[in-house]
Design a protein around this ligand. Sequence first.
Ligand code: NAD
Length: 335
Amino acid sequence: MEVCVYSTRAWDRNFLATANRERQHALRFLETRLDAQTAALAAGARAVSAFVNDRLDAQTLAILADLGVGLVALRCTGFNQVDLEAAGRLGIRIGRVPAYSPEAVAEHAVALMLALNRHIHRAFNRVREGNFTLDGLMGFDMKGRTAGIVGTGAIGAAVARILLGFGCRIVATDPHPDKALEALGVGYLPFPELAEASDILTLHCPLTPETHHLVDARTLERMKPGAMLINTSRGAVVDTRALIAALKSGHLGSLGLDVYEEESHLFFRDLSDEVITDDVFARLLTFPNVLITGHQGFFTREALAVIAETTLANIDSFAASGAPLHEVSASMLAA
Ligand code: NAD
């Protein structure tokens, strides 16, 4: 089947080409993002593949449907970038990668925690400049600290298991508590109480209307002075302007981000020769207690291999039966 694969970098092409070796789908790789301006590039393809910052709104989907595209194979878990109702109306099926190495993202979240706590980003630069002083680098023992996990699905549960190994006390919030985690001593609390109890608050829920700006000025006020916030879920789960205010006042102790509300204008591209015009993002970069990575939580060999294999399995299944193996639709979510 002919598939137009958007938002690809060298690693996507390598892993997808390897997974496709036996299958022989006609994969057409594009670097450009998918949106209403670029959808026409899919002409001739029966399926497209898209990533986290592609924009699959009603307009884009309508153009794809007109071209005869019947499948969008997402190379990610989250599907907040897709208008599922419009897809259903237009007869476009949506496949996704429901789980791929949750440890990849979980370990990255913990890497952000440890780096912020022990100021590794600052120590790295200091030592390279011959400055071996320790002022400003004091951290805290993870053992005995309370970590609050928002969303104990695949990734949140992996974070909980890692942090239990450090001797942290784990509390969590999730509309569907995980019995196996409860058996390990994880306590579930309503979100406001979780925010109050946590020394480290780490976000692992999907972006939905309910979780949009879940961490806002009110949540930040509730948090302990000096607490750490980690977001590797989706940028808009936090209100970035409120974070800046809390960092300026000193109430928020440290912040680790792998995602950003307006990341689609920045991430996955080399802008090192350009001026960053996003003033909110630029302000975040000025804080010594903020560590930002450009949506790399998923970026391990193991995860990329599973993403490629599952994406092609969705395409195989659509070619054989008209439905992707791992489908998501508005009606499934409503059920
Ligand atoms: P998952 O579906 O296994 O788990 C999500 C959990 O969040 C579920 O248990 C769900 O019940 C819970 N949840 C839903 N609404 C909630 C709410 N209002 N409050 C608390 N919990 C809520 O998903 P996952 O694989 O663990 O991924 C979680 C999120 O991580 C994804 O939706 C995606 O946005 C993000 N992600 C980021 C990267 C990255 O590279 N940074 C990679 C993969 C996924």
